[in-house]
Write a protein that binds this ligand. Structure first.
Ligand SMILES: [Zn+2]
Length: 387
């Protein structure tokens, strides 16, 4: 019971940003002494802190409390990093010390590269991780949250298959990170972290498909504020939808996956083929689209994305897709085109509203949510194992 109340209180505070003891008690339907006792425990654990200022997370400042004195409010500890966050990318690994408070923007102050030709990537990764740990400095860390791409078994902390970073499936990354920090490690699938971060930023948006575009293309599904349960450790792999007529080889072993057309590399490859002589960089692609709009070669890559998204919305019974990553950095005409094409394919749009929302990546926030859930409230044994 205590653990359940504590979980509910932390969830509520994640949503509200800051709140008084009385507000928390009211929102949770607890007595003030019960809420106060949990709050005191969590302050003693350094999980919550008291603040005199009444700014909420959007920077708005509320007036003095109803009693006419400055209200002492509570928030998740933002003064000191409590988790180490690691994000594994195709070549770049980024790191940050993460506080328990909500981060509306991702910040990765430390990063390092692994060359594609490295013969022993696991060994070099550990070596560079140790150096990165020194740059992040000492701290009173509760654990390490490791965000990784691919098919992830979050209960056993293992990557089962990574289409774009094959070596990681043969390496126990969590064990390496655990050795470096001498702390417990949680592995989280990277799009799932993004989806949880988006939900924290906008708790009113509690049913959606998130699709992230970057080195690869992946998705995650949130239903009633939680990752959708599915029996296999595979979910949201929208990037590996086959596109008829596409003959590019994908890292997953198949030919013609949508990801090969719309990932950073895929788009640049199509750009180079369609516009010979153009500088093959992301910024020149950006400028080209700003001047020329969505030309047929680009539409050919966006149409299958929209079809896969619309198909997913139809199958899952969702009416909202959140787009993060590289596509949102291109001129707005790209999102407009995509949104229009999604509406065309989504059945719900015939008589209801279908939303296609561009949003920033909030992976830090999602990783903290996972860390709070699994390091600070490790129970819920009744629930099935989530992948
Ligand atoms: Zn594929």
């Amino acid at each position: 019971m205590g653990q359940l109340n504590r979980r509910a209180l932390l969830r509520q505070l994640q949503k509200l940003g800051v709140a008084s003891r009385a507000e928390l008690a009211k929102a949770l339907g607890m007595s003030q002494p019960t809420a106060g006792k949990i709050v005191d425990e969590l302050i003693a654990m350094d999980v919550l802190e008291e603040v005199a200022d009444c700014s909420d997370r959007n920077g708005k400042t509320e007036g003095a409390s109803q009693l006419g004195r400055p209200g002492r409010k509570l928030r998740l500890n933002e003064s000191r990093p409590k988790f180490i966050g690691i994000q594994l990318g195709l070549h770049t690994t980024t790191l940050a010390g993460l506080t328990l408070g909500f981060a509306n923007e991702d910040k990765w102050p430390v990063s390092f590269e692994l060359p594609a030709s490295e013969p022993n990537p696991a060994k070099l990764w550990e070596k560079k991780l140790r150096l990165a740990a020194k740059s992040l400095g000492e701290g009173d860390f509760l654990g390490v949250v490791l965000s990784v791409p691919g098919l992830v078994d979050e209960t056993s902390n293992r990557i089962l298959f990574s289409p774009n970073i094959h070596w990681t499936a043969k390496t126990h990354l969590a064990e390496i990170a655990g050795r470096v920090w001498n702390a417990p490690v949680l592995m989280v699938q990277e799009e799932r972290a993004l989806a949880l971060g988006h939900y924290l930023a906008d708790p009113s948006c509690d049913d959606f498909l998130l699709v992230d575009f970057g080195e690869g293309v992946g998705g995650a599904i949130i239903v009633e504020g939680k990752p959708l349960y599915n029996p296999l450790p595979i979910s949201g792999e929208i990037g590996h939808t086959p596109v008829p007529g596409n003959i590019r080889s994908c890292g997953c072993g198949a030919i013609g996956c949508m990801e090969t057309l719309i990932s950073l590399r895929g788009l640049l490859e199509s750009f180079a083929a369609a516009v010979p002589g153009a500088q093959n960089t992301w910024s020149s692609l950006h400028d080209y689209i700003a001047q020329n709009g969505v030309r047929p070669w680009l539409a050919q890559s966006l149409d299958p994305v929209a079809a896969a998204i619309a198909g997913s919305l139809n199958v899952l019974g969702l009416r909202r897709v959140v787009i993060t990553g590289s596509l949102t950095e291109l001129p707005p005409v790209v999102m407009q085109y995509l949104s229009h094409a999604v509406q065309n394919g989504a059945m719900w749009a015939r008589f209801g509203k279908v939303e296609c929302i561009a949003a920033p990546r909030r992976r830090n926030a999602g990783m903290v949510a996972v860390g709070i859930d699994r390091f600070l409230m490790p129970d819920e044994k009744k629930q099935p194992a989530r992948n």
